[in-house]
Write a protein of this length. Sequence first.
Length: 315
Amino acid sequence: MSETLYIVVPCYNEEEVLPETSSRLKSKLLNLIDSNLVNADSKILFVDDGSSDRTWEIVEDLHAADKLFSGLKLARNRGHQNALLAGLMTAMTLSDVTISIDADLQDDIECFDEFLQKYHDGCDIVYGVRADRKSDSVFKRQSAQRYYRLMAALGVNVVYNHADYRLMSKRALEGLASFREVNLFLRGIVPLIGYKTDTVEYARGKRFAGESKYPLKKMLGFAWDGISSFSIRPIRFVVVLGFLVFTISLCLMVYSVVRNIIGQTVPGWSTLMISIWLIGGLQLLAMGIIGEYIGKIYSEIKDRPKYIVEKLLNK
Ligand code: UDP
Ligand code: MG
């Protein structure tokens, strides 16, 4: 007997890609059902992340025409990670295993078979890993690579070159559900769940229609969230820096007193200016970083809901 698979697809203003995406996913899923890798209750779940275009209407039409398609509508836009979580948590109660993938299908859907193979071999989580990023711009590729290295250096456990394209079993999702944090960075949390995991490599394609929903500003915000939600090393770094600067200023103090005593005081305007600015800058930097973490604590303590479901189409 094979399992029920839910393919979870977060969608934000994706009216341009949905018709193509839905037909590609449908033929893929029918394929999987035919080859008995999953059972006939399997579905494609589109999560509408508060889109302002026709995304939800398209999902409703798809669902009306074919019960292979399900839809989940969030009450407003909550961002990719929250939309994905909403979809996964809904799928958790309805399925045995899920695969999450972006609506633009930049990730190769032909990997589904391999994902499921590994799942049947006993893996609870299978990560899709980009073997080459030729389709990304040079800037995106390089910044992403530096980012993964920085994360590793900061002691955050992320899977190299893996975005949110992955298979998760029901019990892995139950594990995920028990993480309560509000600052959601799934790529950092999922490796903390445990169980047997594996990776599948693929070449990442280009977005075939519509525009990226991750402009540079959002990307930088996401990157910093990933670091500050998982690592306190930046704070430690500030402490070390503070200690260093304090030591240096002690030495300088002794030095200037000595110079003064032997009567060699020069008009030290430049030194003074530099030190004032340097110390001021360092202090601001330190306060800024500490403030970031306090902000995180603040939002964790409020424990606000990460998303609110408006409607679920699933029959
Ligand atoms: N997305 C979302 N909510 C948002 C922004 C994006 O659900 O607020 C979805 C989007 O529809 C897509 C996925 O997140 O399915 C990844 O976005 P995109 O492909 O634009 O990012 P990129 O591949 O350029 O990093
Ligand atoms: Mg994309």
